[in-house]
Design a binder for this molecule. Structure first.
Ligand code: HEM
Length: 490
């Protein structure tokens, strides 16, 4: 490097004389309050953190693009999807769920799969996971579920007993726990996993026709997992294995790619489908709703600044562009509020103005002021309606996506059950019909190992008799054998 490095300055750009020595009275005397450069440096240091995401704390980020590969205009009018070959820049963040920022990447966990599409009609965020289903189907249970995966109130330790207590008292979790306890719970890298919306969303075409949809981002690298033993060994070797692998792959131009496939259900099918299709604990069988390839996503750029572009990135389920909407899936509806609320808490009400969160197009509305606001429209009117040329909402072109609800009393009740609704059918089919003998063996072993780590006897019994034996009697028997429960004690 030949060029001279720049001179250090204060945050207001004033050149400073030393990065090494504080201002003192003589070489042995006290420090001075007038050393404002030192004070600025230390005061800034103590404010380096913003609050973590409440979960999904540790994540890795990458930029890239999404390209449309099929005509989808019969299903959605979303502008970024309206032409084969059209490319949209994206940001991705793939995360672990329960661990904190320093937690080992290879812990058994679900992986978050959050995407931000910077489209011509604003930012579209698809905030999913690497699993097609979830642990609970009602947002009311969500904080309790997350608490059960985190740390104990007294000793601050993670606790398998708490996890199994919650799961076995919540039979709707059986499908997702089967996936989590399989080797898919320990992906080899972030490049070798699929991403799913898990939730159901609505697509609407230019003619107003509506469809229910699920997104499947299929890895072109192929699914690869670690065994439980490999994942545990990697915890000791490299805590940041997944983050490092993604960074290095992109650095050497080995760009990971995913194919987007959509499951599309005609609007009318939902009412009478054999199970409630808006229940996130279920997958839609592909023989009823085949996965249709519609696009390709590539990660080809590493972040330049992790904090600015990954920590402060804000993904929101409610960021949906015209042509895409929520569905009666209660989890989506519960999530519509949560994410923006979290951003406002973590980075403040003007989080949307940060470069990583800013949409490509202009923002026009009547929100004003607030901490750290720098984007503004001068003396544009600050109220609507006004006579001075402020922005106008367009009710003709843009309608809120909607669906019919039967006239009913407002109530707190379970999901409407359809004729085949049952929490154990799909995990049982996954075990018997999809998994290989090796998968089944690993699943039983992984469950047994997990159940042996500090789980009380009565919860182990419940896990076998009321949970795994109902998923599949053979699985229940295998787990019982592996954790040494005798027939008598069962
Ligand atoms: C009603 C249930 C749920 C609530 C209330 C909820 C709430 C939240 C909140 C508050 C955050 C932190 C956001 C931030 O500070 O940036 C978050 C992050 C996240 N959630 Fe959820 N969540 C729910 C269910 C789900 C489900 C079902 C999925 C997957 C299908 C999911 C995937 C994610 C992901 C991937 C992140 C991390 C996003 C990122 O990388 O920044 N969540 N969630």
């Amino acid at each position: 490097m030949n060029s001279q490095p720049p001179t250090t300055t204060t945050d207001t750009g004033i050149p400073v004389s030393s990065d090494e020595y504080s201002l003192t009275v003589g070489a042995g005397g006290p420090n001075l309050l007038q050393d404002t450069y030192l004070i600025e440096k230390i005061a800034h240091f103590s404010r380096e953190r913003v609050p973590d995401r409440v979960y999904h704390v540790k994540g890795s980020g990458a930029f890239g693009y999404f390209e449309v590969t099929a005509d989808v205009t019969q299903w959605t009018k979303a502008a970024f999807l309206n032409k084969i070959g059209k490319r949209t820049p994206i940001l991705a963040r793939i995360s672990t769920v329960a661990g904190e920022e320093g937690y080992p990447d290879t812990d058994r966990d679900v992986r978050g799969f959050a995407l931000k599409f910077y489209t011509e009609e604003g930012n579209y965020d698809m905030v999913g996971n690497n699993t097609p289903v979830f642990f609970v189907r009602d947002p009311m249970k969500f904080p309790d579920f997350i608490h059960s995966q985190e740390r104990m109130p007294d000793n601050g330790l993670r606790d398998n007993n708490m996890q199994w207590d919650f799961w076995t008292l919540s039979p709707e979790s059986a499908h997702q726990v089967t996936v989590l306890m399989s080797d898919r719970g320990t992906p080899r890298t972030l490049r070798h996993l699929n991403g799913y919306s898990s939730d159901t969303y609505m697509w609407q075409n230019a003619g107003g026709e509506k469809f229910w949809v699920k997104y499947h981002f299929k890895t072109e690298q192929g699914i690869q997992n670690m065994t439980d033993a490999e994942a545990r060994a990697m915890k000791a070797e490299d805590l940041d294995y997944h983050r490092r692998d993604l960074w290095e792959a992109i650095g050497r131009q080995d760009y990971p790619a995913w194919r987007l496939e959509m499951q599309i259900m005609p609007y009318e099918d939902a009412a009478d489908y054999r199970f409630n299709p808006f229940d996130i604990t279920k997958v839609w069988p592909h023989k009823d709703y085949p996965a249709i390839p519609i696009g390709r996503m590539v990660f080809n750029r590493n972040p330049e600044n992790f904090f600015a572009q990954v920590v402060q990135a804000g993904f929101e389920v409610s960021n949906m562009v015209p042509g895409i909407g929520p569905s009666p899936d209660r989890m989506v509806l519960g999530r519509m509020f949560a994410y923006g609320d979290s951003q406002r808490y973590r980075t403040g009400p003007n989080y949307g103005q940060l470069p990583v969160n800013r949409p490509l197009g202009e923002v026009h509305n009547y929100n004003k002021d607030g901490p750290m606001r720098f984007h503004h429209h001068g003396n544009q009117p600050v109220y609507a309606p006004n006579s001075y040329g402020g922005p106008k909402a367009d009710a003709q072109r843009y309608r809120d996506p909607s669906w019919f609800v039967e006239s009913a009393e407002i109530m707190r009740t379970a999901y409407q059950a359809h004729r085949d609704d049952n929490d154990f059918i799909q995990p049982g089919m996954l075990y018997r019909d999809v998994m290989t003998p090796t998968d089944r063996e690993h699943l039983a072993g992984n469950i047994a190992w997990h159940l042996k780590q500090g789980v009380e006897h009565f919860i182990q019994e419940r896990a076998i008799n009321d949970y795994w034996a109902r998923v599949d009697p053979d699985l229940g028997a295998r787990v019982a054998r592996e954790i040494g429960l005798t027939a008598a004690s069962r």
